[in-house]
Write a protein that binds this ligand. Structure first.
Ligand code: URA
Length: 225
């Protein structure tokens, strides 16, 4: 059985005057394309909105698009996405049935020679984008949310949430879904230089996604019986 924990109070919501009041994902995506809620729109190629079926029971929330996602306008298609897809398949989750999105919808980067390197979004950029994430949550109404990394977890659970301390803990009765869990970000795994540490973290990440899969499967089975 998943561990129940009390949910930290929801943070005050972000300024939302630029977010249309609709639960149409297509309308939200269109409006997000014109978002100027923070300055990141000036450097991004595309706004990268979430992707997946409206009926998804599982919603994965990453940090922000990377270089490849920014160019294609699709979430998690680069190296982190490939690792995510591999682990999802390993634990019996079909990416085609999952809604995948990011906390911040534009790529924040700095030039290093010809490369565009990821820069962590600031608290104000996360806050400016929070209304889009809340709108996606309201439209999808997932049964379970998995936050990938601290930026996603803190956007929903508050700034003091620690992924290192609370990774894998299934939190019940949240404001947005019956279940929520935070785990590592796949990019963090790819960046770990020490092979043994990377393998250990990958095993934890896989266990966490397996727990998410089992929680969803358990709920499905208990509804059917
Ligand atoms: N990292 C993220 O957090 N999101 C993506 O879409 C790609 C990499």
């Amino acid at each position: 059985m998943p561990t129940r924990a009390s949910t930290p109070a929801e943070k005050p919501s972000a300024s939302t005057e630029y977010i249309p009041r609709t639960d149409s994902l297509a309308s939200l995506q269109l409006a997000a394309g014109a978002c100027k809620g923070c300055d990141l729109y000036q450097r991004g190629t595309h706004v990268v909105f979430g992707e997946g079926p409206r009926s998804a029971r599982l919603m994965l929330v990453g940090e922000q698009p990377g270089d490849q996602e920014d160019r294609a306008g699709k979430p998690f298609i680069g190296p982190a996405g490939r690792l995510l897809d591999r682990v999802l398949a390993q634990v019996g989750l079909d990416r085609g049935e999952v809604y995948v999105t990011n906390t911040v919808k534009h790529f924040k980067w700095e030039a290093r020679g010809t490369r565009r390197l990821h820069v962590k979004p600031s608290a104000s950029e996360v806050q400016a984008c929070r209304g889009w994430l809340l709108a996606e949550l309201a439209a999808i109404k997932p049964t379970m949310i998995v936050c990938l990394g601290a930026v996603a977890a803190r956007s929903l659970l508050g700034r003091t949430f620690s992924v290192t301390r609370s990774r894998g803990l299934v939190i019940g009765d949240t404001a947005w879904a019956p279940w929520l869990m935070a785990t590592y970000h796949p990019s963090a795994l790819l960046r770990m230089p020490d092979e043994a540490a990377r393998e250990a973290a990958l095993a934890h990440f896989t266990d966490d996604l397996r727990r998410a899969s089992e929680t969803l499967a358990g709920l499905k089975a208990s509804r059917a019986s």
